[in-house]
Design a protein around this ligand. Structure first.
Ligand code: BTN
Length: 229
């Protein structure tokens, strides 16, 4: 396990874009000045209030939606060691008690796959109140953790899930079991369009299958945002 530690970086994902390729290299920053979330959003990255972590992998044959699901599931498993109450929200957010606690940003380049994970550790919920979704932190949920242990568990889970994906062994039904959105009514936000649907399940490519008034649709993570209703 090789993990580099920095006091501050613009973004741990961007750092791994700039270095010569080294498989399974991890990087942690205590704070980020340009932390990025999915869909062009920024990611709050105050010093030591969150875990800001990225890992470098060789590119995968799998599509990014399925890879994102597997790495979200890996993050969920690392957090499950601390509390049984975590669950997943498709495509790759970890939630607890209706609030987001962690997110995953997978990025594919020609010669590498970068998986960034942000976990809210010490933020008070008021500090997260301006975010686009209700959010919380481990501390706000009364969950105790050891920073170094969390980093190594997360590293190991991400590497294990990379190998599962690479061999075609990642099972989406594991993800479905941890994602209560499946089997529930959902609101789909697709650009300007918002419509109600029912989430039937996740297919082998990682798409969310929803039933709408216009029939069955397959949703890919880059295109939609899904809210529980
Ligand atoms: C999301 O929008 O849910 C994904 C958030 C990912 C944030 C992490 S923090 C470490 C890594 N570096 C970044 O700039 N983003 C990811």
């Amino acid at each position: 396990m090789k993990i580099l530690y920095f006091e501050e970086l613009p973004s741990t994902n961007d750092y791994l874009k700039s270095v010569p390729f080294e498989p399974f290299l991890g990087v942690v920053a205590l704070s980020q000045t340009a932390g990025r979330g999915r869909r062009g959003k920024s990611w709050l990255s105050e010093r030591e209030k969150g875990l800001y972590f990225s890992l470098l992998f060789p590119p995968l044959k799998e599509n990014l939606t399925l890879a994102g699901l597997a790495f979200g599931y890996a993050t969920y498993l690392a957090l499950k060691e601390l509390s049984p109450d975590f669950y997943l929200k498709w495509p790759n957010d970890v939630y607890i008690n209706g609030k987001k606690v962690a997110g995953v940003l997978p990025e594919i380049l020609k010669d590498r796959l970068i998986v960034g994970v942000g976990i809210n550790l010490l933020y008070a919920e008021e500090e997260l109140s301006s975010l686009s979704v209700p959010a919380t932190s481990l501390k706000a949920q009364g969950i105790e953790f050891n920073y170094d242990l969390l980093v190594s568990n997360l590293y190991n889970q991400l590497v294990e899930h990379y190998h599962l994906l690479d061999r075609g062994f990642f099972k989406v039904d594991e993800f479905e079991k941890a994602c209560p959105l499946v089997g529930s009514p959902v609101k789909v936000i697709e650009g300007e369009k918002v419509y109600n649907a029912f989430a039937l399940g996740v297919d082998r490519e990682g798409a969310l299958i929803v039933e709408t008034s216009e029939g069955i649709k397959r949703l890919f993570s880059a295109e939609v945002s899904v809210r529980e209703v």
